[in-house]
Design a protein around this ligand. Sequence first.
Ligand code: ADP
Length: 456
Amino acid sequence: MKSKIFFSFVVVIFTAMISNFIFKWFIVKDFDEYNLAAEELTIHWILTSLEESYGNDGWDDKMLFESIHWGLMSGFDVELLDKEGLKVMDSKAILQSLKPIMKKRMKAILNFDNPTGDYKEYVIKEKNSEDSKIGTLRIRALAKYGLPAVKEEILKKRAKYFMLISFFIAGGGSILLAFLFAAYLTNPLKRFKEASIKIAKGDFNVTVPIKSSDEIGSLAKSFNYMAEALRREDRLRKHLMTNITHELRTPLTVMKANLEAVMDGVISDPREGQKNLEEEVNKLIGLVKSIEDVTKAEEGFFRRSEYEKVNLREFLEGLLSQFDQMAINKGIDLSMSRKVNLSLLIDREKLTTVFNNLITNAIKYTEKGNISVEYGVIDHSMFYITVNDTGIGLSEEDQDLIFGRFYKGRTSKGMGVGLSIVKELVDIMKGEIAVKSEQGKCSQFQIKLPLKKHNG
Ligand code: ADP
């Protein structure tokens, strides 16, 4: 990944460099073409001027001198030949005839000793006639010294330097940036890789730091959620195995003892032995049922919370109505004491399991009287649901222990998993559960959950 990102950056940089190079090439080419066109224009005017110097009496020496002198000042080595090819005048002769100071100045600017390139030849025709040749102009550019030459060079050099500098600064800088950027993008992935290797080796105590709120940040959040779920599952699995082994051992030991007693003739009435065996088998069936409940609940523990908008009154009434028959059978009054409408967001699946367990226990451990449900809001930040019963109550010691997995009170009528599931689900929903009870009189289970108000 890192090398791919780096490589794509390099391709982009390389393309930018190539366009830079093409840009430079065009600048230099345009400049050369501009120079050539300017040169052609000057030659054209020299030609015209020479044509003007020719009259009926042949070449006008004064005009000729001026034309070639002008050509010389424009930076050209000029030769004028007549129609027979004999030299009429040239720039060297003009140069010789100049005053010393002028000659010196000219030599300072133009290099007469090393003229560049070959002569170009132009036919000079008589004015107003296209056919009659009067002579030939041989002309070539002289190399320049001083400012003009320097200016030309400077422009070309600047274009070259611009390219080189941009190559080193922009190119080098961009490669460095590309390297840093690729590292910046791939570093978080390195952390994910290390964390997943740890998880694969069975070490679930890993979290990746959440350093941003972008895609990597939300990936880190999901990753941590997954690691947390795995930790929880691992913990529960170990816990469950210990408890199941413990719970299985008791009925199996009792069954074995009964069977031995029957075989050894210690129990004379086989029906008594069978009755004991049946009791233990029923306990085993109950245990299997509890394991089923735990497994089902655990599916919920690991599922991501899905909150939906409900009217809490309607939601609780709906759940409560399923227990009406059970309560009637036991002669208990089941009711909801405050019926205000409260619209909020809940995790329907988890809250249903929690509430059903609390009501089931209330009915299980109440012989007479009533069970009432209350709900409401605390400090605008939490909502509560309370289940009150006039049942057998709990000892203070039991109140501290009942939320542990497989903990059964002395009066237990189950396998001791219901409240532990309730507690774990309430924890997942970031809530609290509390119990108040008076032994032999009443119990109150209250859950408090964060209030997530929906918009609108
Ligand atoms: P169980 O299957 O034993 O009911 P729970 O985890 O649901 O397991 O409850 C743990 C213990 O808490 C029970 O064994 C019981 O002693 C006690 N308990 C739970 N709810 C009540 C209640 N409403 N009134 C009295 N005791 C209760």
